[in-house]
Design a protein around this ligand. Sequence first.
Ligand code: HEC
Ligand code: HEC
Length: 229
Amino acid sequence: MKRVLALLLFSLPPLAGAGGFVDLRDAPVVAGDAAAGAAKVAVCVACHGAEGNAAVTAFPALAAQHPGYLYQSLAGFRRRADPASPMTPQVQSLGDADLRDIAVYFASRRRSAPAVSSAADLPGARLFRDGDAARGIVPCQGCHGATAQGHPLHGTAPRYDYYPALAAQSADYLAARLRRYRDDGQVDTSNALIMRGIARNLDDAAIAELAAWLAATPRESTSTSGDYP
Ligand code: HEC
Ligand code: HEC
């Protein structure tokens, strides 16, 4: 896996936007105040649902997502200020401490159980676990964990907190996100660069299979950061 990573990082040119390129390989722990965050999300839950469990599938669930990933995602929306993203006006007036508090708050919320349950023999389950060498698809579990809860080394170093859990996320959102990694040139962090290299080899059928399995896989716990040994 280390070799795949090195290859990806060196073979693709960083395509940074106006805000520059952010290297997350030595990213620090994201700490914040969950109670303060709870008071700052009234506008967010209109789209992302109560406690970050979205009712509309176009909106990603945020509950129980890792705080590092949530924080860098919000910081990215603010940095890029892309007029096409519905998130741009949401983050423009928020400061760095607000983003941290909000990230820690949503991370501490429980993710709702999937509406349908996952079947271990779904094609998406095999693709996620084993990849498909013939199509150049690497196993997703190497970075997202066997049951898509986050990086297998999560909890051992802060940077793995910046790898998202994918379990119990909306299939529509996951598919749209994967197509965006594949088709968009916009890559402004080392982590997005990794995911762009992965998504390049995913066709629409593979994306649909992976998204269906992930949406049906339960998220097992909430997430905190700052408790590294
Ligand atoms: C008008 C609806 C709307 C509101 C209000 C809204 N969002 Fe979003 N949010 C979206 C959509 C749509 C996306 C996915 C599209 C995208 O990535 O550009 C998204 C994406 C995100 C993501 C990325 C999730 C991931 O898995 O990568 C985070 C984090 C997020 N929103 C947090 C927030 C927070 C915090 C607030 C409140 C300050 C908020 N959102 C308010 C619609 C909204
Ligand atoms: C080499 C490590 C690595 C592998 C292998 C990998 N990913 Fe990722 N993935 C990441 C990282 C790092 C991010 C965070 C990217 C960012 O911050 O934009 C990510 C982000 C994602 C996201 C965005 C989640 C969200 O909430 O917006 C999806 C979806 C995803 N990966 C799916 C997959 C699938 C499906 C596979 C297998 C085909 C896969 N990944 C394989 C490292 C990896």
